[in-house]
Design a protein around this ligand. Sequence first.
Ligand SMILES: [Mg+2]
Length: 274
Amino acid sequence: METKQLQKIADTLRYEAVRMVWEGKDGHPGPALSIADIVTTLYFDEMNIDPDNPGWEDRDRFILSKGHACPIIYAALNEKGYFTEKIEHFNLRALHSDFQGHPVSQKTVGIDSTSGSLGNGIAIGAGMAIAGKFHKKDYRVFVVVGDGELQEGVVWEGINVASSHKLDNLIVFVDRNGWQSGGSVEDVIGGNNVAQRIGAFGWHTIEIDGNDIDQIKKALAEANSVKGKPIAIVADCIKGKGLDFMENDNAWHKGVPTDEQFRQAGIQLKGDAK
Ligand SMILES: [Mg+2]
């Protein structure tokens, strides 16, 4: 798909993610907007998926390891046509809602793995990728992990096992937005040499601007040509990308827009005041 079209979809998904947080009066808009361009490129340009057959065994898999960013995934699944009818009101995070505050595969059509207890996505993805190789399937497994989340030890166990199994069908995006719930990643743990550290485990690494769809497409083309190694795309993203009052302000890790801010979101993302 043309980059311009993808950019438009990304902004639509951003608006929908903000809308569901505003309606539900709870959620994580900053982390969702950070990865909107990655999620859009995967769902609308890259992944072999069939919304009419979400359990298709040859489909590419997607795991949102930073599960709290799920509003952007719910928006993508809705736009892609995964649900029997277009969802107007998500009831995000409400008790018994199909759209929980972290993705639940038993609840929401199109979610390949429950997630949200941080750190598990790469290990789960490695398991799916090993299964794919075992069953001689061509599917790929995509994982999006946060940069704060890299502090979880299991992340590195997953990274280790993926390279020892030569999982070239595993592609991990690291959303390096520089922030985590408790503050800046630099202040919390220091060190920003993510690609170097993952590369030391034997992965193929690529560094890009994660809010530039052309760079995301190019990185995916490179990833698809790699043989015998898992791939990490370390993506510099802006937390809250797309809304001037939200960008790089970690207060929006979890927060609800006021009615006026939601109106602004309409202007900035849709060009109207809906
Ligand atoms: Mg982060």
